[in-house]
Design a protein around this ligand. Structure first.
Ligand code: OGA
Ligand code: NI
Length: 353
């Protein structure tokens, strides 16, 4: 397979979505309107997905938790996501995190623009990267930060306002490392594998990337998406949802279904790299975000991504006669990700045998 050319970013949209939303209260620019395969007109009622809740207290011990492991295996191989409760992070802490995110997006634009990303790079504050003239844009502004390894952080993008922002985000990243490790081990045990087999591939040099997403009020939720359909290029993704406003949907059995909010839970989904490691047993779900004409929504997604030099491939024990190997060995999977995403294709096609 030929390597795709590296993405070349065109001039970014001059205005953030937040600015567009404040000035155009009744209409949206053409560039944000979904056409054809991207969705077309959205109808406004969707069934609610019964996302299994998994008690991380039960997963953490390497002997107990048989029933919980079975629930985990079943969830990750059907809808590809779970509500992680009893996850070691208090509700009070999650609320503080939501609060600093809210305060950041509420700052005057001049203040936020101190953290603007630069053209061609993903880190910092801004809107969609524009890679083609025809791209439909997402109704969202983001603050994108590398959390770990710590020496890869670019502190100039880390808000100093609100004052508590940096400290809380640092603490959160420490807590998520623990959650990721517990989950990767439990995933292996749920398939009767040696508990470190996914963790080994994930490696100890994994990157955690945080994406704070602001979805401003949108006058045309029937025509505009907050995020277009995609699957994540991570190994796993941990999403802290808005406490009150829904918007995330997952494609299950060819139907879009809404993901409910559990305030104290982390919504964790399988990314493409775990789908590859598990030889397709665990599913990296297609998902999207719908917009809302009454309330804005803020979420924090953290992508857990193996080091780019780490080789990712189906675990040997999961390749059988009944389930032959489906994926090649891949490396630096994220580098081809954006290119495929913006073309509306699934990057995991690149890894299929
Ligand atoms: C993402 C994502 C969902 C949300 O950032 O990749 O899918 O609800 N976010 O913000
Ligand atoms: Ni996503």
């Amino acid at each position: 397979m030929a390597e795709p050319p590296p993405p070349v970013e065109l001039q970014p949209q001059a205005k953030t979505v937040q600015e567009l939303a404040a000035t155009n209260r009744n209409e949206v620019p053409e560039r944000y309107i979904c056409k054809g395969d991207n969705g077309g007109v959205l109808d406004d009622s969707f069934p609610v997905l019964d996302v299994p809740t998994i008690d991380f207290g039960l997963l953490a011990s390497s002997t107990a938790g048989g029933e919980e492991l079975e629930k985990l295996r079943s969830a990750l191989s059907s809808c590809g996501c779970i509500q992680a409760i009893n996850n070691g992070i208090t509700s009070a802490f999650l609320d503080e995190l939501r609060e600093v995110a809210r305060q950041f997006f509420a700052l005057p634009m001049e203040e936020k623009k101190k953290y603007s990303r630069e053209i061609g790079s993903t880190e910092g504050y801004g809107n969609d990267m524009i890679l083609s003239e025809h791209q439909t844009l997402d109704w969202t502004d983001r603050l994108y930060l590398i959390l770990s390894p710590e020496d890869k952080r670019t502190l100039k993008f880390w808000p100093e306002n609100p004052e508590a922002f940096r400290g809380i985000l640092h603490e959160y990243s420490m807590k998520l490392q623990v959650v990721a490790e517990v989950l990767l081990k439990a995933m292996a045990r749920s398939l009767n594998l040696e508990e470190n087999c996914f963790l080994h591939q994930y490696g100890d040099q994994a990157t955690l990337q945080a994406r704070f997403n602001l979805y401003p009020i949108c006058p045309r939720p029937d025509l505009v998406l907050g995020v277009k359909p995609h699957a994540d290029g991570s190994a796993i993704t941990m999403l802290l949802q808005d406490k009150e406003v829904e918007g995330l949907q997952i494609l299950k059995d060819d139907q879009w279904v809404s993901v409910p909010i559990i305030p104290q839970a982390l919504l964790i989904n399988v990314g493409d790299q775990v789908e590859i490691m598990s030889n397709g047993i665990f599913k990296s779900p297609l998902h999207r975000v719908v917009t809302n004409s009454e309330r804005e929504r803020i979420t924090l997604a953290v992508f857990c991504i193996p080091h780019p030099d780490q080789e990712i491939e189906p675990v040997d024990e999961l390749i059988t006669e009944a389930r032959p190997r489906s994926y090649k060995k891949v490396k630096d999977y994220v580098s081809i990700y954006f290119q495929y995403y913006q073309k509306g294709r699934r990057p995991i096609e690149a890894a299929l045998l």
